[in-house]
Design a protein around this ligand. Structure first.
Ligand SMILES: [Zn+2]
Length: 366
């Protein structure tokens, strides 16, 4: 059964044990456990299998770039092993399966890495310095996004958030606030959605894994598992601005009823996005191959304006607690809110998430 694991270590063991399932059909498949530079007991695990005859096609599935989101990712990976592996042709199809891009985050039920960096804002080529200016509204909104005090009183924090939201909605409008929050920022290391001041070790690891893993393939499809955004009980396939095919075509091809492009109108803009980086890698180093990569976003709170505000509030209080501490009651309340944002407790949510994942896998395996 494709269940949600109870811990990072349990999930990792389950993934590692799947090497046998893969070698049954791809005898030369290998498992690599890449230690995290600053905490070597934690690893990013990679199962790779080249086709036996020709490198026609590579299927890439990744999980846990945002730590805690890797719990659903792990269930989806199991689903792939259980129901899809036997449907692929080992003669012509290769696999690159990745467990926990951000192992520290998954181990600690956090979204960012140990240095408060959102890894999906960290895939940057070159200098980070100019990025400090890329999110022009963040500095003015910084006291709202990242209050610099302990979280001692939850009701007071919620009240402050409510009034600050009304004030900032009037001053900036909801769209600019959303963009400023989610785009990524390279300005405040203790703020929300911080993209880092340099490449993180997890990012460097993945850059190498992709560069090495993509070589020689004619056609690559990559699905990256995430949770938290979009309508509740509905997977959204979020495509890169580098993907030029229209949403309707992709929706049909990849079996997703809802396809959104990562731009302010359909989703949001991002700096340092992993999938954007992959498109650039392919363009630079593997020109002419067929490439498609997208994020599977499994919605949790929902995407109405109130639900979006709720999600922002959870992000803010969680970061406040992480950066400045708080009372044990505050911690308990925040952890519960945070868990619901990335891994809802309702069993029906998981059932629907797996059904949506099946639709995408069905389409990809065709
Ligand atoms: Zn995510």
């Amino acid at each position: 059964m494709a269940t949600v694991p109870e811990s990072y270590t349990q999930s990792r063991s389950r993934f590692q044990a799947r090497l046998d399932t893969v070698t049954a059909r791809w005898p030369e498949a290998i498992l690599r456990s890449i230690p995290l530079a600053y905490d070597p007991n934690l690893t990013t695990d990679v199962i790779s299998a080249d086709p036996l005859v020709s490198k026609d096609r590579l299927i890439v599935i990744t999980t846990g770039e945002h730590g805690i989101e890797g719990f659903l990712g792990s269930a989806v990976m199991e689903l792939f092993f259980e129901e899809y592996l036997t449907r692929l042709d080992p003669q012509t199809t290769g696999l690159l399966l990745i467990h926990a891009i951000n192992p520290w985050g998954m181990h600690n039920w956090e979204r960012q890495n140990a240095r408060n960096v959102d890894l999906n804002r960290n895939f940057i080529d070159g200098d980070f310095e100019p990025l400090k200016k890329t999110n022009p509204d963040y500095p003015a909104l910084s006291p709202y996004f990242a209050p610099e005090k302990p979280l001692n009183d939850v009701s007071a924090a919620c009240r402050d958030f409510f009034f600050a939201t009304i004030k900032n909605f009037a001053a900036f409008g909801p769209k600019r606030i959303r963009e400023a929050a989610l785009m990524g920022q390279y300005y405040a290391p203790k703020g929300i959605y911080h993209g880092g001041m340099e490449l993180q070790p997890e990012t460097k690891t993945m850059m190498e894994v992709y560069r090495e893993g993509f070589a020689g393939y004619a056609d690559i499809v990559h699905l990256d598992m995430h949770t938290g955004y979009g309508p509740r009980d509905q997977m959204t396939l979020v495509t890169s601005p580098h993907e030029k095919r229209p949403a309707a075509v992709l929706s049909e091809k990849f079996g997703a009823p809802r396809v959104a492009a990562a731009n302010p109108d359909e989703f949001y803009t991002m700096q340092g996005d992993m999938i954007d980086w992959e498109y650039k890698l392919v363009e630079r180093e593997f020109p002419g191959i067929k490439f498609f990569a997208a994020t599977c976003e499994f919605g949790t709170y929902g995407d109405s304006i109130l639900q979006a505000a709720h999600s922002l509030r959870t992000t803010i209080v969680k970061n406040q607690l992480n950066q400045h501490g708080g009372t044990s009651q505050a911690k308990e309340w925040v952890e519960k809110e945070f868990r619901e944002l990335y891994l809802p407790s309702d069993p029906a949510w998981l059932v629907k998430a797996l059904a949506d994942a099946r639709m995408s896998f069905d389409a990809v395996m065709k």
